[in-house]
Structure formats: C-alpha cells, structure tokens
Design a protein around this ligand. Sequence first.
Ligand code: CO8
Length: 263
Amino acid sequence: MVTHTMTEPTILTETHGRVGLIRLNRPAQLNALNDELMDALGAALLAFDGNADIGAILITGSDEAFAAGADIAVMADWTYMDVYQGGFITRNWETIRQVRKPIIAAVAGYAMGGGCELALACDIIVAAESAQFALPEIKLAMLPGAGGTQRLPRAVGKAKAMDMCLSARTLSAQEADRYGLVSRVVPDAELLTTALKLATQIAGYSLPALMAIKESVNRAHESTLTEGILFERRELHARFASDDAHEGMHAFLDKRKPVFQHR
Ligand code: CO8
C-alpha cells in the first residue's frame, strides 16, 4: 500500500509481507529532514512497531540521496530559545530509539549530517556503492547533534570519528564498510532488493527473539561487560518462556521448518 495525500507526502510507506518500508520523499531537497518529515517518519515507525503483522522495518531514500541532513533552510534563523524550548532533536528525532523491532537503512547517494545520523540510529545499514557518509556540520559551524558524536565513535572508533567530525571527511561506501560503519555494500541496482530480502529474512524469525537480541546488542553500549552479560543471560532465560523457542528447537530436531507464532 502506498500512502498519498493532497500535497506531496514527505514519506511514503508500503508493506511487503512482514516488512514495513518507509521511503523518505523530499527529492528536490535531497531528502533534507525537516519537522514535517521527522514527524511523519516517527509516526510511521511507531505504527509499524505497534503492528503485529510487521517484523522488521526498512528505511530508504532515493537513488541520489538517503538524506542530505537536517533542513538547513529551516534552521538558519532559529535562536537558542527556539531550539531549547522547542526540544529540537529530542522532540522528533529520537522517536527511532523507541522502536523495538529491527530497523534496516538502505542507503544510496548522500547520507550527510542528520542523514548519516539517521542511518547510524538504525540497526543495520545496507549501502549501495554510490553511498557517501559524512558529518559535515563543522562546515556550518554546527555539530553533529542527532547522535553523531556518540554513535559514530561507537561504530568506527575515535580515530575515524574525530577525522569525520572535525574535517567533514566523506567516506565512500567501501571505506564505510571497511571501517565498520555499514553492514554490507551492494551494487546500486541491487540495493532495494537486497535490503528487502534481508528484512524479509529477519522478519520471518521469531519477533520476541529479535526484540530481545536488539535490546541486548544495544545494551553493549550502555553497560559494563558484567552488566551486559547479566542482561543477556536474563534475556536468554526468558527465551525459555517463549513458545517460538521451543518450536524452533523442536523443528530443528524434527528436521522441519519452524512455524513461529511470534510469542
Ligand atoms: N538542507 C536543506 N536543503 C538542502 C540540504 C539540506 N541539508 N542539502 C541539500 N539541499 C538542497 C539544496 O539547497 C538544493 O536546493 P535548490 O535546488 O533549491 O538550490 C538541493 O537540495 C540540491 O542540492 P545541491 O544543489 O547542493 O546538490 P549537489 O549535488 O550539488 O550537492 C550535497 C549535494 C553535497 C549533499 C550538498 O547539497 C550539501 O552539501 N548539502 C548539505 C549537507 C550538510 O551540510 N548536511 C548537514 C546539515 S546539518 C545536520 O544535518 C545536523 C543534524 C542534526 C544536528 C542539528 C545541528 C545542525
């Protein structure tokens, strides 16, 4: 299903089996992320997250741009009070953190500033060969303020993160792959089919197990090793309360395909 409104929508949503697909849709602005788009993106993410028929979410842009960053035209004259009292970023950029289902970013072309940060907030990044990743906010005398200074070093380490944040260095898809910023690189023509295939594969697994894995991996950044291992152990024990885990193990032993009920 494609969603249409009278004015051109800033995002388009479709479902493909158990995959919810969100396309960023401001082509004339290279998908620059304004409030309208971020509000719509947040609402679509929460709707898919709350939909029992969806197991994984895919976010993509156009062939030219995943997103060229926050909308500079909108921000140029904002004051401190505008952004502080308005809760800029917190208000609608952080919705993605609430999503418990796996989110895959399929990135072609520019992933700049907030576009790169949006991709970094996803769980898996599949990059087309044309993808370019940068945090160029320093050129505006700004800073990567949608999680970039925190998620990038966790992804690629301090050396590459400082280089990118302080010099505005752009990484090619191959460099991003080598440094650990992306999960896979594919030819541009195969981006969406590969990402959809991956999302479909993931969405076919047991949803509560996927959610537990996502939460556990994310916990690795939030805790000591001892605390993280304890969290993981609790999540593992909780799998034994799930019908799907028993079905998965018995199906293996019976040499048949498991039938998951997502519970
Ligand atoms: N915001 C608004 N409009 C944009 C943006 C943007 N981020 N990026 C591109 N556009 C618009 C251009 O203004 C242009 O519009 P028009 O046709 O009306 O002139 C159209 O998109 C096409 O862009 P270009 O003509 O520039 O296309 P090129 O192919 O020549 O260049 C680039 C593509 C290299 C991506 C270039 O557009 C560019 O450098 N864009 C800005 C990238 C950038 O600086 N991004 C970071 C923005 S700041 C940010 O994301 C912060 C995130 C959260 C923290 C908030 C603090 C800032």
